[in-house]
Design a protein. Structure first.
Lengths: 202, 144
């Protein structure tokens, strides 16, 4: 555990900057999340194939796209930015991610499981059962990485940024965890794309 | 430079801490494996031995983690409670939705009980993990 500690004398990000005032969870986005979740509950309750397909495809497409973009495009760009610039960017990006990603994941997995059930893909006799099992494993690994490493790093960065004197080294280290794990889940999303397109093609 | 260093406060995360984060990830992995095992068998009967073993292992690790957490000295409990409380509220909603899907899909009896307990362990484990991840980097305040 001690190996993850950084020097106490790490420089603050901006000595003279005032305390940053921002919402860790953007409250304005909560009604949108509520509408999306209620819509998903209705889709599951009515077993509407179109609605389940819509939630699964839209949620999964956005989840995959954002993961790939963040891990493979934005991540390397952020790695080359100065710490103050990274802080400015992070302060604006991360609160939105706190709402967007869990909502997309819930949409995709909730609607996806119900869709598989409705289409009979869950049955062990289904010719696609093996592919479905592979998708569970990929999603399981991604969920463990995202919930165990990515999300705690994300929220810890936001709390650090709200301090009057944020610790630059600590932010850089936490952001590295965030970007690396986003990259890994982004690469795993390619496996998801292969599996899902195979399932869709029958 | 001295004034500069004086502005950076010593926080628990700057020193050695028990492996709360690692144990939480292990608990999460056990629950995920249990979920995959269950989902792989549904809608047929799910053999209960492996899922019960995974559940017990996850619950024991969670209990150990909570015990380790409570023994940390000089920890910002106010921030931990604040973060863990909100995360618990969010994950209670997510776990509640999963429970709704299980019941809606006619999962009953022991299988429902096992899945419900797995959801409880999941919904408690994540707030512990995120609360710890944030509070470890917070300076102590008077209420801590």
């Amino acid at each position: 555990m001690a190996s993850i500690a950084e020097p106490v004398s790490a420089p603050p990000v901006a000595r003279t900057a005032p305390t940053r005032s921002f919402q860790i969870v953007p409250l304005a986005g909560l009604p949108v999340v509520a509408v999306v979740i209620v819509g998903m509950v209705v889709a599951i309750a009515t077993n509407s194939l179109w609605a389940l397909d819509f939630y699964h495809v839209v949620g999964g497409g956005l989840w995959t796209g954002i993961d790939l973009f963040l891990g493979l495009v934005l991540g390397p760009i952020m790695g080359t930015m100065s710490i103050p610039a990274r802080v400015e960017f992070t302060t604006r990006l991360m609160p939105k991610m706190v709402l967007i990603m869990p909502t997309l994941v819930t949409m995709t997995l909730g609607a996806g499981f119900q869709l598989a059930r409705s289409l009979g893909n869950l049955s062990a006799n289904s010719p696609t059962h093996g592919w479905l099992l592979a998708s569970y494993i990929v999603v399981g690994v991604m969920a463990t990485i995202a919930l165990g490493l990515l999300e705690p790093a994300n929220i810890a960065v936001l709390f650090e940024l709200r301090k009057p004197q944020p610790n630059g080294a600590r932010i850089a280290r936490l952001m590295k965890v965030f970007i690396y794990t986003a990259g890994i889940t982004g690469l795993m999303q390619i496996a998801t794309l292969v599996i899902m397109t195979h399932l869709a093609a029958g | 430079m001295e004034a500069h260093e004086a502005q950076v406060q010593l926080v628990p995360g700057d020193g050695p801490l028990p492996p709360v984060q690692q144990i939480s990830i292990a608990v999460l992995a056990l629950i995920v494996i249990g979920g995959i095992y269950t989902a792989a068998h549904l809608p047929r009967h799910v053999p209960q031995g492996p899922t019960i073993a995974l559940l017990i292992a996850a619950a024991l690790l969670l209990a150990v983690n909570v015990a380790l957490l409570t023994r940390i000295e000089h920890f910002n409990w106010r921030v931990f409670r604040q973060v863990a409380g909100w995360v618990l509220a969010a994950y209670a909603v997510i776990a509640g939705m999963l429970e709704y899907v299980f019941i809606y899909d006619h999962t009953r009896g022991t299988q429902l009980l096992i899945l419900t307990l797995m959801l409880v362990v999941f919904a408690v484990n994540i707030p512990v993990l995120i609360g710890f991840s944030v509070a470890r980097f917070q300076a102590l305040d008077r209420s801590s």
